[in-house]
Design a protein around this ligand. Sequence first.
Ligand SMILES: *[C@@H]1O[C@H](CO)[C@@H](O)[C@H](O)[C@H]1NC(C)=O
Length: 177
Amino acid sequence: MFFCFIVVFIFLTDPCASAKTRKVTKLVHKVCAKTSDYTFCVESLYADPHTAEADEYFLANIAFRLAYVNATSTQHHIDKLLKKLGTSRPSHYQRRLQRCRSDYKKGVSAIEMGLNDLNSESFDLLAGYAGVAAHAAGDCQSSFKGTHSPLTSMNNDLKGLCEICVVISKLFTDPNL
Ligand SMILES: *[C@@H]1O[C@H](CO)[C@@H](O)[C@H](O)[C@H]1NC(C)=O
């Protein structure tokens, strides 16, 4: 607290501003308030500079695109980890990574279908696609149950981003939200 005060005093800005004090649009607030981690949601969406001017449709595109970039980057990371292991007799660790590779393949293709549907303005299946991708991240994580997963934070990121996608998708199909 005192530290924040000093830094504010020196720089006349608030470096300790968090998602809770950041000025967010009504739409972003409405969406993020329905997720399990408000701060993660706001910080993730505002990673895209267009979020500040986004309407529902545009925000849905931003969210699915963030999930897509995240999922494909994790996919590449998994490929790299597998490559490092080479082709020797498969270990438990290697099998777990292989399961993650197939999870992420499903997840990425679900997000792609979501982006396609958004493109053609069909909204009925969007939340389902985002749910499939979230489930893929969860399945990958649970394959490491009881052991150290090298993908924990990446799986959590994708799950969190997919949750945002689910909430936004429901805005199109549920008029009560
Ligand atoms: C994945 O999403 C998280 C949460 O928004 C973000 O912090 C991270 O930088 C993203 N990673 C990539 C590669 O986009």
